[in-house]
Design a protein around this ligand. Structure first.
Ligand code: AMP
Ligand code: MN
Ligand code: MN
Ligand code: MN
Length: 275
Protein backbone atom coordinates (compact mmCIF):
# COMPACT_ATOMS: atom_id res chain seq x y z
CA UNK A 1 0.00 0.00 0.00
CA UNK A 2 1.26 3.47 -0.82
CA UNK A 3 0.67 6.97 0.44
CA UNK A 4 2.75 9.39 -1.57
CA UNK A 5 1.25 12.65 -0.35
CA UNK A 6 1.71 13.78 3.25
CA UNK A 7 2.70 17.00 5.02
CA UNK A 8 4.83 17.23 8.14
CA UNK A 9 5.27 20.13 10.55
CA UNK A 10 8.07 21.36 8.30
CA UNK A 11 5.32 22.80 6.09
CA UNK A 12 1.69 22.98 7.25
CA UNK A 13 1.15 19.57 8.85
CA UNK A 14 1.23 18.86 12.58
CA UNK A 15 3.31 15.65 12.83
CA UNK A 16 7.05 15.16 12.63
CA UNK A 17 8.30 13.13 9.65
CA UNK A 18 9.12 10.30 12.07
CA UNK A 19 5.56 10.32 13.46
CA UNK A 20 4.16 10.15 9.93
CA UNK A 21 6.31 7.14 9.04
CA UNK A 22 5.38 5.45 12.30
CA UNK A 23 1.71 6.04 11.54
CA UNK A 24 2.24 4.72 8.01
CA UNK A 25 3.66 1.54 9.52
CA UNK A 26 0.59 1.19 11.74
CA UNK A 27 -1.64 1.54 8.67
CA UNK A 28 0.39 -1.10 6.82
CA UNK A 29 1.72 1.32 4.24
CA UNK A 30 4.81 0.01 2.50
CA UNK A 31 5.78 3.01 0.34
CA UNK A 32 5.51 6.55 1.65
CA UNK A 33 6.69 10.08 0.94
CA UNK A 34 6.61 13.32 2.91
CA UNK A 35 5.70 15.95 0.33
CA UNK A 36 5.97 19.24 2.20
CA UNK A 37 5.08 22.40 0.29
CA UNK A 38 8.22 24.19 -0.93
CA UNK A 39 10.36 22.49 1.69
CA UNK A 40 12.81 19.59 1.92
CA UNK A 41 13.61 19.85 5.63
CA UNK A 42 11.63 16.73 6.59
CA UNK A 43 12.95 14.32 3.96
CA UNK A 44 16.10 13.10 5.68
CA UNK A 45 14.30 12.31 8.94
CA UNK A 46 11.62 10.44 7.00
CA UNK A 47 14.22 8.35 5.17
CA UNK A 48 15.92 7.49 8.49
CA UNK A 49 12.55 6.55 9.99
CA UNK A 50 11.83 4.45 6.91
CA UNK A 51 14.94 2.40 7.64
CA UNK A 52 13.93 2.00 11.27
CA UNK A 53 10.34 0.95 10.55
CA UNK A 54 11.16 -0.90 7.33
CA UNK A 55 9.02 1.24 5.03
CA UNK A 56 10.15 2.42 1.61
CA UNK A 57 10.48 6.20 1.82
CA UNK A 58 10.94 8.36 -1.26
CA UNK A 59 12.33 11.88 -1.25
CA UNK A 60 9.22 14.02 -1.82
CA UNK A 61 8.12 17.58 -2.49
CA UNK A 62 4.92 19.40 -3.47
CA UNK A 63 5.13 22.72 -5.26
CA UNK A 64 2.56 25.19 -6.53
CA UNK A 65 3.16 25.96 -10.17
CA UNK A 66 2.90 29.20 -12.11
CA UNK A 67 -0.26 28.55 -14.13
CA UNK A 68 -3.55 30.40 -14.80
CA UNK A 69 -5.34 28.21 -12.23
CA UNK A 70 -4.01 26.44 -9.15
CA UNK A 71 -1.73 23.57 -10.13
CA UNK A 72 0.37 21.46 -7.77
CA UNK A 73 3.12 19.11 -8.85
CA UNK A 74 4.53 16.37 -6.63
CA UNK A 75 8.12 15.23 -7.09
CA UNK A 76 9.71 11.98 -5.93
CA UNK A 77 13.05 10.28 -5.78
CA UNK A 78 15.25 13.26 -6.62
CA UNK A 79 18.74 13.89 -5.27
CA UNK A 80 18.33 16.04 -2.16
CA UNK A 81 21.74 17.61 -2.64
CA UNK A 82 21.17 18.64 -6.26
CA UNK A 83 22.64 22.13 -6.45
CA UNK A 84 20.11 23.77 -8.75
CA UNK A 85 17.23 22.27 -6.79
CA UNK A 86 18.73 23.70 -3.60
CA UNK A 87 19.06 27.10 -5.27
CA UNK A 88 15.44 27.13 -6.41
CA UNK A 89 14.22 26.05 -2.99
CA UNK A 90 16.24 28.87 -1.48
CA UNK A 91 14.76 31.37 -3.92
CA UNK A 92 11.22 30.18 -3.14
CA UNK A 93 11.93 30.47 0.58
CA UNK A 94 12.92 34.10 0.11
CA UNK A 95 9.89 34.87 -2.10
CA UNK A 96 7.62 33.20 0.48
CA UNK A 97 9.12 35.24 3.30
CA UNK A 98 8.47 38.45 1.34
CA UNK A 99 4.92 37.33 0.42
CA UNK A 100 4.11 36.52 4.04
CA UNK A 101 5.35 39.92 5.16
CA UNK A 102 3.07 41.57 2.57
CA UNK A 103 0.06 39.55 3.77
CA UNK A 104 0.76 40.47 7.40
CA UNK A 105 1.21 44.15 6.47
CA UNK A 106 -2.02 44.10 4.51
CA UNK A 107 -3.92 42.47 7.39
CA UNK A 108 -2.46 45.01 9.74
CA UNK A 109 -3.44 47.97 7.58
CA UNK A 110 -6.99 46.58 7.24
CA UNK A 111 -7.27 46.42 11.03
CA UNK A 112 -6.66 42.70 11.53
CA UNK A 113 -3.24 42.45 13.13
CA UNK A 114 -2.15 38.88 13.88
CA UNK A 115 0.64 37.12 15.69
CA UNK A 116 1.92 33.93 14.06
CA UNK A 117 2.56 31.03 16.43
CA UNK A 118 4.74 28.46 14.79
CA UNK A 119 5.85 25.10 16.14
CA UNK A 120 9.53 25.97 16.50
CA UNK A 121 10.62 22.62 15.07
CA UNK A 122 9.77 23.90 11.57
CA UNK A 123 10.53 27.23 9.95
CA UNK A 124 8.27 27.59 6.91
CA UNK A 125 5.26 29.87 7.39
CA UNK A 126 2.33 29.07 5.11
CA UNK A 127 -1.08 30.62 4.65
CA UNK A 128 -2.37 27.82 6.89
CA UNK A 129 -0.38 29.31 9.81
CA UNK A 130 -1.72 32.77 9.00
CA UNK A 131 -5.25 31.36 8.77
CA UNK A 132 -4.83 29.84 12.25
CA UNK A 133 -3.66 33.17 13.58
CA UNK A 134 -6.81 34.81 12.16
CA UNK A 135 -8.93 32.20 13.94
CA UNK A 136 -7.01 32.62 17.18
CA UNK A 137 -7.43 36.40 17.01
CA UNK A 138 -11.19 35.81 16.73
CA UNK A 139 -11.64 37.52 13.33
CA UNK A 140 -13.09 34.30 11.87
CA UNK A 141 -14.38 31.13 13.48
CA UNK A 142 -12.68 28.56 11.26
CA UNK A 143 -9.88 28.05 8.77
CA UNK A 144 -12.07 27.91 5.69
CA UNK A 145 -13.52 31.31 6.62
CA UNK A 146 -10.01 32.72 6.91
CA UNK A 147 -9.33 31.59 3.35
CA UNK A 148 -12.67 32.83 2.10
CA UNK A 149 -12.47 36.34 3.58
CA UNK A 150 -8.74 37.00 3.77
CA UNK A 151 -6.25 34.63 2.17
CA UNK A 152 -7.94 32.88 -0.74
CA UNK A 153 -7.94 34.17 -4.32
CA UNK A 154 -10.84 36.53 -3.59
CA UNK A 155 -9.76 37.44 -0.08
CA UNK A 156 -8.83 40.99 0.88
CA UNK A 157 -5.29 40.00 1.90
CA UNK A 158 -4.56 37.75 -1.05
CA UNK A 159 -1.01 38.14 -2.33
CA UNK A 160 0.24 35.95 -5.13
CA UNK A 161 3.46 34.08 -4.47
CA UNK A 162 5.66 33.87 -7.56
CA UNK A 163 6.06 30.22 -8.55
CA UNK A 164 8.20 28.11 -10.85
CA UNK A 165 6.72 27.15 -14.21
CA UNK A 166 5.79 23.55 -14.90
CA UNK A 167 8.54 23.29 -17.50
CA UNK A 168 11.19 24.64 -15.16
CA UNK A 169 10.06 22.35 -12.35
CA UNK A 170 9.78 19.15 -14.39
CA UNK A 171 13.19 19.78 -16.00
CA UNK A 172 14.74 20.46 -12.64
CA UNK A 173 13.31 17.34 -11.00
CA UNK A 174 14.37 15.20 -13.95
CA UNK A 175 17.89 16.65 -13.79
CA UNK A 176 17.93 15.77 -10.10
CA UNK A 177 17.03 12.19 -11.03
CA UNK A 178 13.40 12.26 -9.91
CA UNK A 179 9.90 12.08 -11.34
CA UNK A 180 6.94 14.50 -11.42
CA UNK A 181 3.29 13.72 -10.73
CA UNK A 182 0.26 15.99 -11.09
CA UNK A 183 -1.33 16.31 -7.62
CA UNK A 184 -5.10 16.08 -7.06
CA UNK A 185 -6.23 16.93 -10.62
CA UNK A 186 -9.84 16.84 -9.36
CA UNK A 187 -9.16 20.17 -7.66
CA UNK A 188 -8.48 21.69 -11.08
CA UNK A 189 -12.09 20.95 -12.10
CA UNK A 190 -12.68 21.70 -15.77
CA UNK A 191 -9.07 22.81 -16.27
CA UNK A 192 -7.61 19.39 -15.44
CA UNK A 193 -7.77 17.85 -18.91
CA UNK A 194 -6.19 20.84 -20.61
CA UNK A 195 -3.48 20.94 -17.93
CA UNK A 196 -2.65 17.26 -18.47
CA UNK A 197 -2.48 17.81 -22.25
CA UNK A 198 0.03 20.60 -21.62
CA UNK A 199 2.07 18.71 -19.05
CA UNK A 200 2.49 15.46 -20.96
CA UNK A 201 4.70 16.89 -23.77
CA UNK A 202 6.98 18.59 -21.22
CA UNK A 203 7.63 15.35 -19.36
CA UNK A 204 4.95 14.69 -16.76
CA UNK A 205 5.51 11.20 -15.34
CA UNK A 206 2.30 10.47 -13.50
CA UNK A 207 -1.10 11.45 -12.12
CA UNK A 208 -2.33 11.24 -8.54
CA UNK A 209 -5.43 9.28 -9.46
CA UNK A 210 -6.24 8.03 -5.95
CA UNK A 211 -6.68 11.04 -3.68
CA UNK A 212 -8.66 11.46 -0.44
CA UNK A 213 -10.93 14.12 -1.87
CA UNK A 214 -11.46 12.66 -5.35
CA UNK A 215 -14.87 11.22 -6.17
CA UNK A 216 -15.12 7.70 -7.60
CA UNK A 217 -15.95 9.29 -10.94
CA UNK A 218 -12.85 11.49 -10.85
CA UNK A 219 -10.66 8.52 -9.97
CA UNK A 220 -11.92 6.44 -12.86
CA UNK A 221 -11.67 9.35 -15.30
CA UNK A 222 -8.09 10.29 -14.33
CA UNK A 223 -7.11 6.64 -14.33
CA UNK A 224 -8.30 6.31 -17.91
CA UNK A 225 -6.43 9.46 -18.94
CA UNK A 226 -3.26 8.24 -17.26
CA UNK A 227 -3.46 4.89 -19.01
CA UNK A 228 -4.09 6.64 -22.34
CA UNK A 229 -0.93 8.71 -21.93
CA UNK A 230 1.12 5.89 -20.49
CA UNK A 231 1.54 7.77 -17.21
CA UNK A 232 2.18 6.32 -13.79
CA UNK A 233 -0.74 6.20 -11.36
CA UNK A 234 -0.19 7.17 -7.72
CA UNK A 235 -2.16 7.36 -4.47
CA UNK A 236 -1.99 10.07 -1.81
CA UNK A 237 -4.01 11.17 1.21
CA UNK A 238 -2.71 14.77 1.58
CA UNK A 239 -2.43 14.05 5.29
CA UNK A 240 -1.83 17.27 7.27
CA UNK A 241 -2.24 15.79 10.77
CA UNK A 242 -4.67 17.81 12.84
CA UNK A 243 -4.79 20.56 10.20
CA UNK A 244 -6.95 18.60 7.79
CA UNK A 245 -9.06 15.97 9.46
CA UNK A 246 -10.70 14.73 6.26
CA UNK A 247 -7.39 13.53 4.84
CA UNK A 248 -6.43 10.58 7.02
CA UNK A 249 -3.98 7.81 6.43
CA UNK A 250 -5.10 4.43 5.25
CA UNK A 251 -8.40 4.65 3.44
CA UNK A 252 -7.20 5.88 0.08
CA UNK A 253 -4.15 3.61 0.26
CA UNK A 254 -6.37 0.58 0.86
CA UNK A 255 -8.67 1.48 -2.02
CA UNK A 256 -5.76 2.10 -4.39
CA UNK A 257 -4.08 -1.17 -3.43
CA UNK A 258 -6.88 -3.03 -5.21
CA UNK A 259 -5.67 -1.56 -8.51
CA UNK A 260 -2.99 -3.65 -10.29
CA UNK A 261 -1.56 -0.45 -11.79
CA UNK A 262 -0.84 0.83 -8.29
CA UNK A 263 1.08 -2.36 -7.60
CA UNK A 264 3.01 -1.71 -10.81
CA UNK A 265 3.85 1.85 -9.74
CA UNK A 266 4.97 0.60 -6.36
CA UNK A 267 7.32 -1.94 -7.92
CA UNK A 268 8.66 0.70 -10.27
CA UNK A 269 9.22 3.30 -7.54
CA UNK A 270 10.95 0.92 -5.16
CA UNK A 271 14.19 1.56 -7.01
CA UNK A 272 14.05 5.22 -5.88
CA UNK A 273 13.81 4.28 -2.23
CA UNK A 274 16.81 5.73 -0.45
CA UNK A 275 18.26 3.07 1.81
P1 AMP B 1 1.02 28.71 0.90
O1 AMP B 1 1.87 27.57 0.42
O2 AMP B 1 1.63 29.44 2.05
O3 AMP B 1 0.59 29.61 -0.24
O4 AMP B 1 -0.30 28.06 1.53
C1 AMP B 1 -1.09 27.21 0.79
C2 AMP B 1 -1.74 26.20 1.73
O5 AMP B 1 -2.91 26.74 2.28
C3 AMP B 1 -2.24 25.00 0.95
O6 AMP B 1 -1.25 24.05 0.85
C4 AMP B 1 -3.38 24.49 1.77
O7 AMP B 1 -2.95 23.56 2.74
C5 AMP B 1 -3.88 25.72 2.44
N1 AMP B 1 -5.13 26.20 1.84
C6 AMP B 1 -5.27 26.88 0.68
N2 AMP B 1 -6.58 27.18 0.45
C7 AMP B 1 -7.28 26.64 1.50
C8 AMP B 1 -8.67 26.59 1.86
N3 AMP B 1 -9.61 27.16 1.10
N4 AMP B 1 -8.99 25.96 3.02
C9 AMP B 1 -8.04 25.39 3.81
N5 AMP B 1 -6.73 25.39 3.51
C10 AMP B 1 -6.35 26.02 2.37
MN1 MN C 1 -1.07 22.28 2.80
MN1 MN D 1 -1.82 20.41 -3.05
MN1 MN E 1 -0.58 18.57 -0.37
Amino acid sequence: MMDLHTHSLHSDGTCTPREIIKLAKKKEISLCAITDHDCLDGVQEAVEAGKKYDIGVLAGLEMDIEYPVEMHLLAYGFDLQHLQLREIMHRQEKLRFERNQKILDRLNSLGYPVQIHRDERGKLISKTHIAYALVQAGYVSELSEAFHHFLGPRGCAHIQLKRVTAEEYIDLIHQAGGICVLAHPGQMKKHALQAIEELVPIGLDGIEVYYSMHTAREMSMFREIAVGHNLMITAGSDFHGAHRKEAQFGEIAALAALDPLIQETEQHLLKWVQY
